[in-house]
Design a protein around this ligand. Structure first.
Ligand code: AMP
Length: 214
């Protein structure tokens, strides 16, 4: 199974990708997580990406396409993968198509998760990341817990720099301008499925499973 989880920031792509990844035992590839790891490790990529991410802008296409090429050509991706946060521009979608052809991978579907903008702003301003493992959780997932559901650390949580309200607004603008055309790109190829992202994590997941007819 090869899936692109598509939707605006905060729509729940990461949460759904993690569930699908463990259910079907295929890698979850989050370009945001890859970049945040590089920022943490203070690599050259991380230093460059940090200030772009903190402004809510997009990291240049050629860098992102290189990251995806290195990742999906890995053996661990032979049986499938879930892309979360890529492609975010039509140029990235075209490069992904080219790569799919090179690798002789045929089945790639885009799952478009929708939600309304007010709900998204509320979700993003309320979400928190673990200080130790950097996993991101919605307030519903944390449900008042003080320990990290992912790594059990008792360190506290922090808000991502790009989850501040002013940056969120910019990320949504960038999504509408640069990323939405990616949906039309897959619609034209009849390779897109739209799912209503409103509801609990479990409800949205059931809708996804049903849509994939699995
Ligand atoms: P995310 O965790 O997917 O919301 O990504 C966080 C930030 O990383 C984005 O706001 C962008 O600055 C950057 N980023 C992640 N994926 C991409 C991509 N495919 N193209 C460009 N920038 C990206």
């Amino acid at each position: 199974m090869r899936i692109i989880l598509f939707g605006s920031p905060g729509v729940g792509k990461g949460t759904q990708a993690k569930i699908l990844s463990s259910k079907f035992n295929i890698p979850h590839i989050s370009t945001g997580d890859i970049l945040r790891a590089a920022v943490n490790d203070k690599t050259q990529l991380g230093l460059k990406a940090k200030e772009i991410m903190d402004r809510g802008e997009l990291v240049p296409d050629e860098i992102m396409i290189g990251i995806i090429r290195d990742t999906i050509t890995n053996d661990s991706c032979t049986n499938g993968f879930i892309l979360d946060g890529f492609p975010r521009t039509v140029a990235q979608a075209e490069a992904l198509d080219k790569l799919m052809k090179e690798l002789n991978f045929k089945d790639l579907y885009l799952l478009n998760i929708t939600a309304n903008e007010d709900e998204i702003i509320k979700r993003l301003t309320n979400r928190k990341a673990c200080k130790v493992c950097n996993h991101i959780f919605t307030s519903a997932e944390l449900d008042g817990r003080n320990t990290c559901p992912n790594c059990d650390s008792k360190e506290s949580f922090y808000q991502r720099n790009d989850d501040r309200e002013d940056v969120i607004k910019r990320r949504l603008e960038v999504f509408n301008q640069n990323t939405k055309p990616v949906l039309s790109y897959y619609e034209k190829k009849n390779k897109s499925i739209t799912i209503d992202g409103l509801g609990s994590v479990e409800e949205v997941n059931s809708k996804i499973i049903k849509a994939l007819s699995l």
